[in-house]
Design a protein around this ligand. Structure first.
Ligand SMILES: *Cc1c(COP(=O)(O)O)cnc(C)c1O
Length: 235
């Protein structure tokens, strides 16, 4: 483990923890209500080890092959692995075999595979529905399920053995004001909680907008660059 890299990651982590604490203080929330998920995509397993050593408990990955390999390499660390990327239905079972939390459930077609993966592992998988905050005309380019799909998708997910509907995940649209986007998300969440009162998790907020998300109720923030630096290569 390089001492330089460890110092760099420790500094990034410290800065992000301070930002989370400040946003919680601003909104009268307890920082223990907010879980930091460090997004390790494109970074090596050695960085995951440094993070675990620095007290990080949750990490996020967005591509199946990379996630699977890293989770296997770091199994001894006892981390909680979040899958946060676009999911193909033919990969859903495989993802559920190592991911503890699947944050990017956006259609019913994924559920059979996810449930199969959870059964093979004999372990429940926590699921978040990724809801789109994109404009209605975003079409297939949208990130997540259209809001109008939520009631059926949530009911379907909640009915599956070993899949636990925990709440929602969203990404603020690139060109939008994150505060406005997360206000809408908070309203969508209130609606979901009427039928699914246990679905209390809200994963929102990235390096650039974690404050806006925390003041609107985020329970999980997904932070890559602000902890680990710019990603080594482009997607
Ligand atoms: C990469 C990624 C993040 C982290 O983004 P940063 O800007 O590096 O903090 C968060 N959420 C999702 C879905 C991502 O793909």
């Amino acid at each position: 483990m390089s001492a330089d890299r460890r110092a760099e990651v420790a500094a990034g982590l410290d800065a992000v923890r301070r930002r989370i604490a400040a946003a919680c203080a601003d909104s009268g929330r307890d920082p223990d209500e907010v879980t930091l998920v460090v997004v390790t995509k494109f970074f090596p397993a050695s960085d995951v080890r440094i993070l675990a050593d620095l007290g990080v408990t949750d990490v996020g990955e967005n591509r199946h092959q990379e996630a699977e390999a890293k989770a296997a390499e770091c199994r001894d660390l006892g981390l909680t692995w979040h899958f946060i990327g676009g999911l193909q239905s033919n990969k859903a079972a495989a993802v559920a075999s190592y991911a503890d939390v699947v944050e990017s459930v956006d259609r019913s077609k994924l559920l059979a595979g996810l449930a199969r993966g959870a059964h093979q592992r004999s372990h429940p998988v926590d699921c978040l529905i990724q809801v789109s905050l994109d404009p209605p005309d975003a079409g297939a380019g949208r990130n997540g399920a259209p809001v109008e799909d939520l009631p059926d998708l949530a009911a379907d997910l909640a009915s599956r053995d070993l899949l636990r509907l925990r709440g929602l995940m969203a990404v603020a649209p690139l060109d939008a004001d994150p505060g406005e986007a997360f206000d809408r998300l908070a309203a969508i969440r209130r609606e979901l909680l009427v039928d699914h009162p246990a679905a209390t998790w809200l994963s929102a907020g990235m390096s650039g907008d974690l404050e806006a998300a925390i003041t609107r109720g985020a329970t999980h923030v997904r932070i890559g660059r602000a902890v680990l630096g710019e990603r080594p290569r482009i997607k």
